[in-house]
Write a protein of this length. Structure first.
Length: 344
């Protein structure tokens, strides 16, 4: 009898606990439930926002100058027109810079300055341009370029990749043909390993110099937070002019700062004679440097400014600046850790 009595009490207790539990579930405060549902929706929305690709509208661009000489306004008069800094286009490019760095990657730079890594093979479809140089179907010249092959094809490259172009490594950089996903160019390609310089998976591109070949100006921007960028300088510049056989326009695109020279000596056109130097030169593609005002003698003192800055294209591919601004860029933009983006 005692056993049956004990079992009965247990059954009654379990039933009572179950009933009470059901009553507690049924009596949850609707307001509290709505609050919990709302918080869950907010969390999901925040997670989706984090995953969403950034756009120009997401970029916060503020003026926080660290170089304040020769500064231009956002819009300014030039002869009988108005020139400007194309901030909308700059924000678009900065959104692109934000996006390609969101996923972990190992980066590489295409290199073939003065064909030091061997002249690239002929592409399948090529022509000679006004400079009598071989170019691919996109207009990229063979000289100083890297050959880009369709994955799995080895007979001939399809296009050329410019010296200084940025890519993501999709294979080891020690194999004969390195697989790349373009950042500066579109698509996935292979190229011989001699044209590739691996720069690692810890590099960040948080400093960008924007060269505008239409408005002949230069703006530098530095990342200070998620989608937050500070403008460090806004200056006049002079880009390259299309004038065969010696002067080339500054190529459009995204490039990595690769090399620096306190004095970049240059030759007189058509000769092997050194004509002068340009101070504080930062090279980003082929023979294109951001540099100060050129001198007409190797022994001349540095020239700070020139009337030609911010007027019309007139250099040989380089981007001329006031010499103190060139030094600012020279000190600020670390090699293989900063970008130059040329827009039109």
């Amino acid at each position: 009898m005692r056993v049956y009595f004990t079992l009965s009490l247990l059954i009654i207790g379990a039933a009572t606990w179950s009933c009470n539990r059901n009553q507690q579930t049924e009596t949850i405060d609707p307001a509290e439930q709505r609050k919990a549902d709302s918080l869950e929706m907010v969390k999901k929305a925040e997670e989706e926002a984090r995953k969403r690709p950034r756009t120009a509208d997401d970029i916060k661009l503020s003026k926080e100058f660290t170089y304040d000489k020769h500064t231009l306004e956002e819009t300014y008069p030039y002869q009988d027109t108005t020139r400007r800094f194309q901030l909308d286009k700059i924000k678009e490019k900065l959104a692109f810079v934000e996006n390609f760095q969101r996923a972990p990657a190992s980066y590489a730079v295409l290199q073939n300055r003065k064909n030091k890594n061997r002249e690239a093979p002929l592409v399948k479809n090529y022509h000679r341009n006004e400079y009598k140089l071989i170019s691919d179907s996109l207009g990229t010249e063979r000289y100083q370029a890297a050959p880009l092959y369709v994955v799995g094809e080895t007979d001939a490259p399809t296009i050329y990749g410019r010296d200084g172009a940025l890519a993501k490594l999709l294979s080891s950089d020690t194999v004969d043909m390195v697989k790349l996903e373009g950042v500066s160019f579109e698509g996935t390609w292979e190229t011989p390993k001699r044209y590739v310089k691996a720069i690692g998976d810890t590099v960040t591109f948080h400093r960008v110099a924007f060269v505008d070949v239409t408005n002949q100006n230069i703006l530098t921007a530095e990342r200070t937070g998620d989608c937050e960028w500070a403008i460090r300088s806004m200056n006049p510049a002079t880009s390259g002019v299309h004038k065969p056989p010696y002067a080339h326009e500054t190529p459009l695109g995204i490039f990595v700062v690769q090399e620096k020279k306190a004095k970049m000596f240059y030759l007189k056109d058509g000769t092997s004679t050194i004509h002068g130097y340009a101070p504080y030169a930062s090279r980003f593609t082929n023979g294109a440097y951001i540099h100060g005002v050129p001198t007409q003698s190797v022994n001349a003192s540095i020239i700070e400014h020139s009337w030609s800055l911010g007027t019309t294209p007139r250099s040989h591919m380089c981007v001329r600046n006031a010499s103190s601004h060139a030094k600012f860029v020279y000190d600020w933009a670390e090699t293989f850790n900063a970008l130059v983006i040329v827009i039109e």
